[in-house]
Design a protein around this ligand. Structure first.
Ligand SMILES: Nc1ncnc2c1ncn2[C@@H]1O[C@H](COP(=O)(O)OP(=O)(O)OP(=O)(O)O)[C@@H](O)[C@H]1O
Length: 291
């Protein structure tokens, strides 16, 4: 069973600064690093390291070789990543000494991809495959509809939260994943309770408070966050969702998949970085066994 991850690919540039720049100010950075980013790429890396067979659907620009190489190095199949005119999606992330940040995101190729080649690629899916998607690209609803039409299980991470995108995608979703802030935003925007949403299951992650699974007709599942030493929580949600999809692709039931995802995210937050901090299957399984 393969996880098809449709989503953004970014090149993240991190700059360490004494303070965040004021308008008109020029600052020298004390540190600089580049990392593969974008919610789509993060979730592909999380799922691949967690043990899934992953195919990424998305786009890069003329400067995308580095991002492509990073995904390939993780064992992610990149046969259906499009190369489009212009720049690869990228983020400029300025970090000050107090952990405060300012971020600029330029969607670049993520919003310029063509729909047709993606739909053509999806003709090769197996019925049991999973589609994993988020909100940083165009065409989420079209891809989710095609996936559901082919019998795939659709897991949708409604982040970054955009109500128009969420409304368009929801009819084609099996499992909806949100953090507590996104869940509150959705609750405020809808006239119906979550139980009446047209999805099979809703997963809500609550940071250090753990995560819950709600599905009609079955008891709720709650997994506490595992005790850990927190170093950097960036990407915890992507790690959780990628690991959840990986676990389902390996045949797990919801309670097992939730425990696996919580263990993965507990390891991820104990390390610096985003995609670089995603844990591997063996270490996740070790943690599950010892808790
Ligand atoms: N302090 C923590 N200790 C242990 N596990 C954590 C901690 N913070 C997050 N997690 C794990 O990560 C999961 C996702 O975290 P969270 O709900 O903060 O997602 P998020 O807001 O989407 O994350 P981010 O935006 O930082 O990527 C949680 O459900 C939990 O399992």
């Amino acid at each position: 069973m393969t996880v098809w991850c449709f989503g953004s690919i970014n090149i993240d540039h991190f700059y360490n600064l004494g303070h965040l720049p004021a308008p008109g100010e020029t600052l020298a950075a004390s540190g600089y690093r580049v990392e593969l980013g974008g919610k789509g790429a993060n979730q592909s890396v999380a799922a691949a390291r967690a043990g899934a067979s992953v195919r990424h659907l998305g786009a890069i620009g003329a400067d995308g070789d580095r991002a492509l190489a990073a995904l390939l190095a993780e064992g992610v199949n990149c046969d259906y990543i499009q190369r489009v005119d212009g720049a690869t999606g990228h983020a400029v992330i300025m970090l000050d000494q107090n952990g405060e940040n300012s971020i600029i995101i330029e969607a670049g190729a993520n919003r310029k991809m063509a729909l047709e080649p993606i739909l053509a690629a999806m003709e090769q899916v197996d019925l049991a495959d999973i589609l994993l998607l988020q909100n940083e690209t165009a065409f989420q609803a079209e891809i989710a509809e095609a996936a559901m039409g082919r019998g795939m299980e659709v897991i949708y991470s409604a982040a970054p939260f955009e109500i128009a995108a969420v409304r368009a995608v929801l009819p084609y979703v099996n499992t909806l994943v949100m953090n507590a802030v996104e869940a509150a935003q959705l609750r405020a925007a809808l006239d119906v309770p979550f139980e009446d949403l047209p999805v099979e299951a809703v997963v809500i992650t609550r940071g250090a408070e753990g995560a819950s699974w709600h599905a009609r007709g079955t008891p709720d599942i709650f997994v506490p966050a595992l005790p850990t030493t927190v170093v950097d929580t960036t990407g915890a949600g992507d790690c959780f969702t990628g690991a959840l999809a990986a676990s389902f692709s390996m045949g797990a039931a919801p309670d097992e998949a939730m425990q696996f995802a919580a263990a993965a995210a507990a390891i991820q937050v104990s390390r610096p970085g985003t995609s670089a901090a995603m844990p591997r299957r063996a270490e996740i399984e070790r943690l599950v066994l010892t808790t």
